[in-house]
Design a protein around this ligand. Structure first.
Ligand code: URA
Length: 210
């Protein structure tokens, strides 16, 4: 199965059929549009556009930065080492597949994995349209770029991570980027603490339930 087919299947996994005017059909049209995008130079070096994986009616959407090598190869977000760390966290949170989705600010891999602010600006309308269709009740940002893009007023990620920002619509729960937690034992321990807090937030023990 090609990466593009896998990505499309992941995106449509729980979309059902849907009449031409339905949200599921709008999602499929948007996915096709993103997959064909040539608006920035990253399209020249990508193997696959990395659009989304998960439920189309998610309670929680995890927002990463940009695809890495494994995501570029498969067309699916967070399938490399960072993805395994993220999936382990999602498993400890007890989120069912119907309850969450995963996407990135930038849909194509930046060469050398250097985050590309120009590509972020070009891609931004896609992210906004994805979130308008998905309508999650909570956004979990992964890393500094994601937090800055989603909630520009938030303090830096090391200060923000682990506490819900309830005034944002929808509320935002910042986490460190999972890749950073693979490089440092201290950040891994911080990640585990913050994920436990996210679990308490989801069960309504912290701030308002989401
Ligand atoms: N890092 C990200 O931010 N996104 C991915 O999809 C993979 C690694």
């Amino acid at each position: 199965m090609s990466g593009r087919k896998r990505a499309t299947r992941a995106a449509g996994a729980s979309s059902g059929g849907g009449s031409p005017g339905s949200p599921a059909a709008a999602w499929r049209r948007l996915t096709r549009e993103i997959e064909r995008c040539t608006r920035c130079p990253l399209h020249r070096t990508r193997a696959h556009v990395v659009v989304y994986r998960g439920s189309l009616t998610p309670r929680v959407v995890f927002v990463g930065e940009a695809p890495g090598a494994e995501e570029d190869r498969t067309g699916v977000p967070f399938v490399g080492r960072s993805g395994r760390r993220l999936d382990a966290a999602i498993a400890t949170l007890g989120l069912a597949p119907s309850e969450f989705g995963v996407l990135n600010l930038v849909k194509c891999r930046p060469p050398g994995n250097r985050f590309d602010r120009r590509a972020e600006r070009t891609c931004r309308p896609y992210l906004d349209r994805q979130l308008a269709l998905l309508r999650p009740r909570l956004l979990v940002t992964l890393g500094a770029h994601s937090l800055r893009a989603i909630d520009p007023d938030a303090p830096p990620v090391l200060r923000s991570a682990g506490a819900v920002r309830p005034d944002h619509a929808p509320p935002v729960f910042p986490l460190l980027h999972p890749a950073a937690t693979l490089r440092s034992r201290a950040w891994h321990e911080r990640w585990e603490r913050d994920v436990a807090r996210l679990g308490r937030c989801l069960s309504g023990e912290l701030a308002q339930p989401v």
